[in-house]
Design a protein around this ligand. Structure first.
Ligand code: FAD
Length: 414
């Protein structure tokens, strides 16, 4: 057994320490968020990177240099490292700030354009992404192709000066607001011996003739998802991303950026924070104002006033959060050194998204406050949003079952 374990590849890259400058950056972001909250600009929400679409907020971040951070300065970015970006994004998510508008463009479109885009494409999109003026979606999934992405049926046919796309994309988050998305399409007939060949990526402007965007409402009635139908949509040669036929390789390297970030374990962090607040205030109420330590001096988890069972449950959640963060940071460090650690990213996403659901379970079990989707803010609203969004945590970005298959294959176990 020990011998087998020592032969297995390392799952997670070496640990990474944040550079010293990170503390000052973190303090700046926190000060800005505190100002926004004091001005009543928004309330903390769960799963903000999916549902908190607020273009004003995105532009405020851009003005402070917190969008397109890793994009080189010649393309309007800030030439910062993925670790600097990590600090900013974890603070935004922990605060439950409305980051959905720029999320996809900032997280994966910028890096993909730097990696595979032409000079023209970089000049066209990167400065606008860094300015918070250009938002992107992801056009991968189709009605019969989710986990098995190689089976996409959207066709790209060669025409004079470009390609003509016909087919349907589905579950496209934010397509009704976004300016463009990367569409994965079959540009050559399917070859059963090599299913990953013949796929290509195209940059499709979502206001192009022949693009129809149809809403798919959530159970709450909110409009987040869409079906995007292409009817002979013309995409010029200049908007082919990377190489024709290399779509599979490009998409899978994009997924390393998509799967490993702090959004894969912090979607329910604002709920965890509200839970701690509810527990502390209920226990202080029960003991009376003079009993127990002050929250200000002792911190919410430090005082003896929380009962042992609840303290153990909260402590378990907080310590796992810390481990997940270390793993996710290690992946960010590996991305910084130019690697695309798909295997480690899959591990972070599997463990992190299960953790997000466990925060909800704890919130339901440890305090007796029912969820309230109609509340403007506070624990009951956070719980309601988290419960309603939870089914998507382990599905989006590749389902956990499929990720475990990737991990097993990568470790030589399959
Ligand atoms: C909130 C949310 C946002 C999304 N946003 C986008 C977006 O913006 N753009 C986009 O392109 N897509 C988006 N998606 C789609 C998402 O990527 C797909 O839902 C996901 O890849 C799964 O595909 P599917 O829904 O077709 O399920 P299926 O692939 O049909 O899977 C159904 C079930 O079968 C299991 N299964 C399938 N294959 C295997 C296997 N080989 N081994 C074991 N189990 C397997 C799965 O785990 C799952 O439980 C989003 C999804 C969600 C929930």
């Amino acid at each position: 057994m020990t011998e087998t374990l020592t032969r297995l590849p390392t799952l997670v890259p070496p640990p990474v320490e944040l550079p010293e400058r990170a503390a000052a950056l973190r303090a700046d972001v926190r000060a800005f968020l505190a100002e926004e909250r004091a001005a009543g600009a928004w309330y903390p929400r769960a799963d903000v990177w999916l549902s908190g679409w607020d273009e004003r907020f995105s532009k405020e971040l851009a003005e402070r240099g917190w969008l397109g951070m890793t994009i080189p300065t010649e393309y309007g970015g800030h030439g910062a490292s993925p670790l600097d970006r990590y600090v900013v994004t974890e603070e935004l998510l922990a605060a439950g700030a409305p980051v959905a508008a720029h999320w996809v463009a900032d997280r994966q479109i910028g890096p993909s354009l730097m990696r595979f885009g032409t000079e023209e494409q970089r000049q066209k999109y990167l400065p606008r992404i860094a300015a918070g003026e250009c938002y992107f979606g992801i056009g991968m999934s189709e009605p019969d192709s989710g986990s098995d992405l190689a089976s996409v049926r959207t066709r790209a046919e060669r025409v004079d000066g470009g390609w003509e796309l016909t087919g349907t994309k589905v579950w496209t988050s934010g397509a009704h607001h976004a300016h463009a998305f990367f569409a994965l399409a079959r540009s050559a007939p399917r070859d059963d011996a090599n299913r990953h060949a013949g796929l290509s990526q195209f940059i499709v402007e979502l206001n192009s003739p022949g693009v129809q965007i149809r809403p798919i409402p959530l159970l709450t009635g909110a409009h987040h998802f869409n079906e995007v139908v292409f009817d002979k949509v013309f995409v010029p040669d200049s908007m082919v991303l990377g190489e024709i036929g290399a779509g599979w390789h490009q998409v899978t390297s994009e997924l390393a950026f998509e799967r490993s970030g702090p959004e894969r374990f912090l979607s329910t962090y604002p709920l965890l924070q509200a839970l701690v607040g509810e527990i502390v205030s209920s226990e202080l109420d029960a003991e009376g104002p003079l009993a127990g330590p002050s929250i200000d001096t002792a911190g919410p988890l430090a005082g003896p006033s929380i009962d042992a069972g609840r303290r153990r449950d909260l402590g378990g959640l907080v310590s796992r959060l810390w481990t997940l963060r270390r793993m996710s940071l290690a992946v960010a460090g590996s991305l910084e050194s130019g690697h695309a650690p798909e295997l480690a990213a899959a591990v972070v996403k599997d463990l992190g998204t299960r953790y997000e659901n466990e925060v909800i379970d704890a919130a339901r079990l440890l305090v007796a406050i029912p969820p309230d989707p109609g509340a403007e803010h506070g624990f009951a609203r956070l719980l309601a949003d988290a419960v309603l969004h939870a089914p998507g945590f382990t599905l989006r970005g590749g389902t956990n079952e499929v990720l475990r298959g990737i991990v097993a294959r990568g470790m030589g176990l399959r």
